[in-house]
Design a protein around this ligand. Structure first.
Ligand SMILES: N[C@@H](CCC(=O)N[C@@H](CS)C(=O)NCC(=O)O)C(=O)O
Length: 312
């Protein structure tokens, strides 16, 4: 369930309308912003993520208040944020004093609450395929983390010792994210290349399947309606494309579909508006690394990998 009963944060019950705790460059938050924009809910006021000042407590109808939790300044590794999200990740959404966690569940909640522009097919069989594609995308979330940290963020993402300590003290022990355990190995260069490559291959298997679905020339993954499957998979492409992955060479249909999606006003406004400079920085970094032979292009499957898992 997306809604969290009795959130610990005293800020949550004070918030009226829609408030999103997010970071512009975080894929999980990008999905939610993309969906909000598709539903006609636009980015409104920007307030400090933890601000309880009167002027920022209420959002206007059809817009959401942006509470930017910087993953660079490590706002998410604070006790105050742990009271909002016990797994210490973005995004978190508050609607009229109620807290919702988990990006794809937040999107389902938004889709049900604002009925216009539905993001799920009405046909139950199609809806089931979308659910399976979304589940697959969710399982690959950790692979995006491994690949984008190794070939994208590099040392920029490493935590300082005191940040690591704070995270391990504050993170919910049951968190499926297991961020503390990840950083403990990542910060010490304790993850070997084979493990990173296995995550890359898991992603390639997913992209291969989307390539197959798109091979009949359809506009979106499910045909002519944009669904949550397009939302989760397009963001999965964006992050890895920013790391220099050769989509055009390996998955040309996925590449063209992604380019189409990325031209949608909801994608431009919801995902890219304040992410474009960071995105350009990562693209440039990846181009240089690819040119010098150390980039993701050089470990990407040379041709489309064989894939056996079939959904839809
Ligand atoms: N299952 C969660 C995953 C959220 C998640 O992992 N968020 C990432 C950004 S995409 C994060 O906040 N990471 C913090 C970090 O890497 O330190 C969801 O879908 O909402």
């Amino acid at each position: 369930m997306a809604e969290i009963a009795n959130p610990q944060s005293p800020l949550v019950p004070k918030l009226e309308g829609v408030h999103l705790f997010h970071f512009d460059g975080a894929p999980c938050a990008q999905r939610v912003r993309f969906a909000l924009a598709e539903k006609g809910l636009m980015r409104g006021k920007e307030v400090r993520w933890n601000s309880a000042r009167r002027g920022g407590l209420r959002s206007r109808p059809n817009s959401w208040t942006s509470r930017r939790v910087s993953l660079i300044r490590k706002d998410h590794l604070t006790e105050e944020y742990a009271q909002i999200h016990p797994n210490m990740v973005v995004p978190a959404l508050v609607h009229d004093g109620r807290l919702y966690l988990e990006s794809m569940e937040i999107i389902d909640y938004v889709d049900k609450t604002w009925a216009r522009n539905p993001l799920k097919p009405s046909d139950p069989a199609d809806a089931e395929i979308v659910d399976r594609l979304v589940d697959w995308g969710k399982r690959l979330h950790v692979s995006v983390r491994y690949v984008s940290f190794h070939w994208g963020l590099g040392n920029l993402a490493k935590l300082k010792r005191e940040e690591e300590t704070r995270l391990s003290q504050l993170e919910n022990a049951q968190s499926p994210e297991q961020l503390a355990a990840f950083y403990e190995r990542y910060d010490r260069d304790d993850i070997d290349l084979d493990e990173y490559l296995a995550h890359l291959q898991a992603l390639e298997e997913g992209y291969g399947h989307i390539e197959d679905l798109l091979s009949d020339g359809r506009q979106f993954i499910m045909g002519d309606q944009l669904t949550t499957a397009d939302i989760i998979w397009s963001i999965k492409v964006l992050r890895i494309w920013e790391c220099g992955y050769p989509f055009r060479r390996n998955y040309p249909k996925v590449y063209r579909w992604y380019r189409r999606i990325s031209k949608r006003p909801a994608f431009r406004n919801g995902v890219m508006s304040r992410h474009k400079w960071l995105s350009a920085f990562f693209r440039l970094k990846a181009m240089i690394e690819n040119a010098f032979g150390s980039g993701l292009r050089h470990v990407a499957a040379p041709t489309r990998p064989a894939h056996s898992t079939k959904i839809g």
